[in-house]
Design a binder for this molecule. Sequence first.
Ligand code: NAP
Length: 320
Amino acid sequence: MSKAVLSEYDYDIVIIGGGPAGYSAGIYAARAALKTLLVEGAATVSQISITDMVENYPGIPEGINGFDLMQLFKKQARKFGLEIIAQDATAVKKISDAPTIWEVSAGGRVYKTLSIIIATGAMWRSLDIPGEAEFTGRGVSYCATCDGPFYRDREVIVVGGGDTAIQEALFLTHFAKKVTVVHRRDRLRAAGLLQKRAFAESKISFAWDCVLEEITGSEFVTGAKLKNVRTGETSEIYADGAFIFVGRLPYTEIFKGLVEMDKTGFIVTDENMRTSAPGIFAAGDCRDKLFRQVVTAAGDGANALYSAELYIADLKGQAY
Ligand code: NAP
């Protein structure tokens, strides 16, 4: 590894990820007049952008569509002059020690930086059962907002018992005539209010203690094979569509070996968003944490930026 001098870098901070965590960090960075680049994925879409309704983000009592909320984040960042490129970051490597300088590759270019905030988010987890990949886009979906309108007056299955599954099941009742929630236990994980709404909704029914073994169909989905995990009994259910909401996996592949991760690939940080690598911070859904919300992602982004700011000041020998 070559020796570098502290002037040999392009940015104080490169933020990787264009969701609430990345933009929150970007807004704080731009306001703090730090030389910052936000690398917003070109091929990936922030989960919030495909969320129908966010009604628990403080300050917006009437609720807001996720895409619209993201546009507000972006507008605010641009107002403070944040530099943004829409390219997928493809590699990160350390190019010098003492001072530590990192290099981020994106869109065929490399950007040298003193620090990095990883805010790459997470993607929906698949079930890996027969028929799932085959019928994706032909009845299997991971986005009710995108595909719900195709199921007007039809019957759909929703797999999962968390907030996403129940919220999306409720959303699907705007279109489908019947929504069956298939959940592997006999109680939901979703928040109480969502549960209450789902139990009161006549279009929603539940297949408790059940998992999907196969998604069936010919050209399009026509149903699924279920197994009751308590009794071992199998059954078939008719459905025109299967919406799968069984959690998430982080977009952290390119950081493997650079920072400590849990067994699923979520990045381990301390409470100030510091990772195991000097100058690398992580924020939002890609981080190993309990509660993944827009508000917690935005909070993480602000915290990560503050930690990065302290780190950079220290590196430059500046008093903060
Ligand atoms: P989640 O909370 O991890 O729930 C995943 C659900 O899928 C659980 O019910 C789980 O069952 C089930 N599941 C996991 N693997 C499965 C498998 N292989 N087969 C069958 N079922 C499986 O994920 P999420 O619902 O996407 O929520 C993620 C985070 O986002 C949470 O923190 C949530 O609060 C937050 N969120 C918030 C809102 C909101 O509006 N406030 C909306 C969406 C999401 P078990 O319950 O048995 O583990």
